[in-house]
Design a protein around this ligand. Structure first.
Ligand SMILES: [Cu+2]
Length: 169
C-alpha cells in the first residue's frame, strides 16, 4: 500500500500565498515604473563659470571679495560635465579652478582669449587645477563618475572663491 505524499493546501493558506505574490508583484511593478519615469540617461551638461566679486573692502573685512558665479554645479552621476571657465577680471589677476581632496581629475584646454574659438595655449589631461590669466578661457571636462558633493576653489581667493559640484545618484 502506498501513502500519498501530496499535501493538500487549505483555502486560507492558498489565499495568503496568492495575496503575498500579488503584493510583491505590485511592489516590483511600482518600483520599475517609478525608476523608468525618473531615470534620465547620462548626457553632456555644459556650464559657463566666471570669477565674480562682491562690493566690499577686502582689507576692512579681512577676506577676499572674489567669488565664483555660479557656486553650484549640479549633475547626475555618469553625466559628462563641460565647464567653460572665463577669467573676466578687470584687473591683471589670475584665478584657478581647483579640485582638491576629491576623486575627480579633469581635462582642460586653455585658450589665449575670451572664448573657446581663440587659439589654444595648452591642452592637458588628468589635472586637479588649472590657472587662468585675465581674459583667458578654459574648457574643463570630466565624467561625473562619483556621487556626492565636491568642492572647487580658486587657490588665490580661498575660502570665499569656493563652489560645489553636486553629483546626484
Ligand atoms: Cu581667484
Amino acid at each position: 500500500m502506498t501513502q500519498s505524499t501530496t499535501k493538500q493546501w487549505s483555502t486560507e493558506k492558498l489565499l495568503l500565498v496568492i495575496s503575498m505574490i500579488a503584493i510583491l508583484a505590485g511592489v516590483a511593478i511600482g518600483t520599475s515604473v517609478g525608476y523608468a519615469v525618473r531615470y534620465e540617461a547620462p548626457t553632456t551638461r555644459t556650464f559657463y563659470l566666471f570669477n565674480s566679486s562682491l562690493n566690499f573692502d577686502e582689507e576692512l573685512w579681512g577676506v577676499s571679495h572674489d567669488t565664483f558665479s555660479p557656486d553650484r554645479i549640479t549633475v547626475n552621476k555618469a553625466d559628462k560635465v563641460v565647464i567653460i571657465y572665463r577669467n573676466i577680471e578687470d584687473a591683471n589677476e589670475d584665478h584657478t579652478f581647483t579640485m582638491l581632496d576629491t576623486p575627480y581629475t579633469f581635462d582642460a584646454v586653455v585658450h589665449v582669449g575670451r572664448n573657446e574659438t581663440t587659439p589654444v595655449l595648452s591642452s592637458t589631461s588628468d589635472l586637479t587645477s588649472v590657472n587662468l590669466h585675465q581674459n583667458q578661457t578654459a574648457v574643463i571636462s570630466f565624467t561625473a563618475s562619483w556621487g556626492g558633493v565636491f568642492q572647487y576653489r580658486c587657490i588665490y581667493h580661498y575660502p570665499t572663491m569656493t563652489g560645489y559640484l553636486v553629483v546626484l545618484g
